[in-house]
Design a protein around this ligand. Structure first.
Ligand SMILES: Cc1ncc(COP(=O)(O)O)c(C=O)c1O
Length: 405
């Protein structure tokens, strides 16, 4: 089996991930196993809060909290003033999307792989503001057609192009590096949902050319739950009025006057889980120390080998499309529901965690491909080859009816 990581680094990744002793965790697209350093960072801060008081702990750790912005900026090749730290990817995305002055007749372009949560927001603005939603067609490889995007961007009513870098149900890494410059040339905002992308593969906002990007901490970044961030390009940031303001995003200057912060923190709110914020910072530093390109090469090698192993089993069908496929491997086992497969794997002697992906979270894509549900096995760099082998063997037995579903 193809190895792409020095055994010593893999050993180190596994030794610093306590959960690897307990489970075969292939649900990194849901939430990854945290490295010990992240867990310690979170717990240390909670202990400090319990010992000296939460506000006092935040004051004592002020410099480290500020460093989180520098870490996010380094991850994305952005400036710390372009980063807002918020509760999750959805809140990050919402704050950017609902700030855009979209009006009746404006067109939003998105992909079939759009996350249903974002799609609901388009529908809401269709109903309340009269915007139009247009879906970019896929090319023969099943990813957004760059030439169709070029044509559709010619319509002067297009104001926004908004897509996920990697869909939550697997499938292609979208060709965002080709789309960004086209959007810019057309004067169209580009909002990138990188929820499944950060910590997974290199994400450089300058190279991509997106104006806004949303992401979460708990997935491929391996940070704690309940954290995420928004990147918003400096110039655009100053022009956009956040949908909500509070005492942190704005300052009350007189009874009839307030001033909004100039930086991206205008999209934050004051109260925040500081322990989780520090934990996300340490998860990013950890990933950057390993090297995002090292992580990505490892994920590619492991997921290729998983797809190959699964595809060779009679009665199993792998459903991932696209020229470049991510670490999210989606498949179906003939005669078994996705939930049955998930349950059977969870019941193994060493529990195997996978998840299921349903019609409702990526409806357009699933509908177009005639699918209702899939099993989702999402690999990360810390997964070992023998874990991939164990999953393939278990699925083989299930498909042959030799193991109980
Ligand atoms: C592509 C994509 N976008 C957005 C989200 C929402 O992220 P969060 O739960 O952090 O708000 C998800 C979650 O699965 C996702 O996969």
């Amino acid at each position: 089996m193809h190895r792409d990581l020095p055994p010593s680094l893999l050993e180190c990744l596994r030794n610093t991930t306590p959960g690897t002793d307990e489970v075969i965790h292939l649900n990194n697209a849901g939430a990854s196993l945290m490295p010990r350093v992240v867990l310690d960072t979170v717990l240390d801060h909670l202990r400090l809060e319990a010992r000296i008081g939460a506000y006092e702990a935040a004051e004592a750790e002020h410099a480290r909290i500020e460093k989180v912005y520098a870490s996010v900026a380094r991850l994305l090749n952005a400036h710390p003033d372009e980063i807002a730290v918020v509760e999750n990817a959805t809140r990050a995305w919402d704050m950017a999307f609902y700030a855009l002055p979209l009006k009746r007749g404006d067109i939003v372009l998105t992909s079939t792989t759009e996350y249903a949560g974002n799609y609901i927001s388009y529908l809401q603005l269709q109903q309340t503001r009269g915007i139009e939603i247009r879906i970019l067609p896929n090319d023969e490889r099943g990813q957004v057609s760059v030439s169709a995007a070029r044509d559709m961007l010619k319509d002067p009513r297009v104001r926004l192009i908004s897509l996920p870098l990697i869909a939550s149900n697997g499938g292609p890494v979208q060709p965002v590096g080709a789309i960004g410059p086209m959007a810019r040339a057309a004067g169209v905002w580009f909002l990138l949902d990188a929820c499944q992308g950060v910590g997974h593969l290199p994400v450089d906002v300058k190279k991509i050319g997106c104006h806004m990007l949303s992401a979460t901490s708990r997935k491929y970044l391996r940070g704690p739950r309940g954290m995420g961030f928004l990147y918003i390009e400096q110039e655009l940031c100053r022009q956009l009025e956040p949908p909500f303001l509070d005492l942190h995003a704005a300052r009350l200057e007189a009874p009839d006057r307030f001033r909004v912060r100039p930086d991206a923190r205008r999209f934050e709110n004051w109260e925040c889980n500081v322990a989780a914020k520090l934990g996300m910072g340490s998860a990013i530093d950890h990933a950057l120390d390993i090297g995002i390109d090292v992580i990505w090469r490892r994920i590619l090698a492991l997921s290729d080998s998983l797809r190959e192993g699964l595809a060779a089993i009679a009665g199993v069908r792998v459903h991932d499309a696209g020229l470049v496929k991510s670490g999210i491997v989606s498949f179906a086992v003939e005669g078994l529901s996705a939930a049955e497969v998930q349950r059977a794997l969870a019941a193994q002697e060493k529990r195997i965690n996978v998840s299921t992906t349903t019609f409702r979270s990526t409806m357009l894509d699933m509908q177009q491909r005639g699918l209702t549900e899939l099993v989702r096995a999402s690999v990360h760099a810390y997964n070992a080859e023998h874990e991939i082998d164990t999953l393939v063997t278990s699925i083989d037995l299930l498909a042959k009816g030799k193991a109980h579903a």
